[in-house]
Every structure is written in C-alpha cells, then in structure tokens.
Ligand binder design. Structure first.
Ligand SMILES: [Zn+2]
Length: 100
C-alpha cells in the first residue's frame, strides 16, 4: 500500500503542469475574463461608495463605549483590556501591540 501514495501524487503534479501549459499556450482566455470581471467589480464599488463608507466605519469603532477594565490605546485607538496596557504616558495609554 505504501507505493500507492506516490503514484497519485505524481499524477496530480503532472496534471497541474499540463493545465498550466495549456493555459499559457492557449493565451489564457479564462484569465482574461477573470480580469474583466474584476474591473467591473471595481467600477461598481466606486459608483456605490463615494468615499464615505470607510470613514464612518472608523468612527463607529472609536465610539464603542469602553468599560472600567478597558482603555483606548492612544496609538491605534482600539479599545483594549487592561491586561493589554503596556504603558501610560502623559495620561495616554498604549497597548502591548503598539509598544511591542
Ligand atoms: Zn495600540
């Protein structure tokens, strides 16, 4: 049974190489249609989100009320648990991620 493991593995390798060569020699019509789909998706995104969505998401994150055992890191502005408080400087707290 041990030899059975090697045989299907080499078959898979060969079929992958063959399909790669086939795509390259056929000038990859599939890849072109994929790129076209991506372009259309980008165009749709730009039309539906005129640049305001990301800003409102950031504000929502900062508005989350922090609990007594939490603090807001002054560097990354994320609400962290007290156990992640690495340093306090000039009244500002910094998390372990930002202090490294
Ligand atoms: Zn931080």
């Amino acid at each position: 049974m041990a030899t059975d493991y090697d045989e299907p593995r080499s078959d898979v390798k060969e079929s992958q190489n063959n399909s790669l060569e086939a795509l390259q020699s056929a000038n990859a019509p599939d890849a072109r249609s994929v790129v076209r789909d991506l372009d259309e998706a980008d165009a749709l995104d730009g039309a539906e989100t005129p640049g305001g969505e990301f800003i409102s998401e950031e504000l929502t994150v900062q508005v989350i009320p922090q609990k007594d055992d939490e603090f807001t890191c002054y560097s990354c502005f994320l609400v962290r648990h007290r156990s992640q408080l690495a340093r306090e400087k000039n009244g500002h707290a910094y998390c372990t991620d930002c202090e490294g």
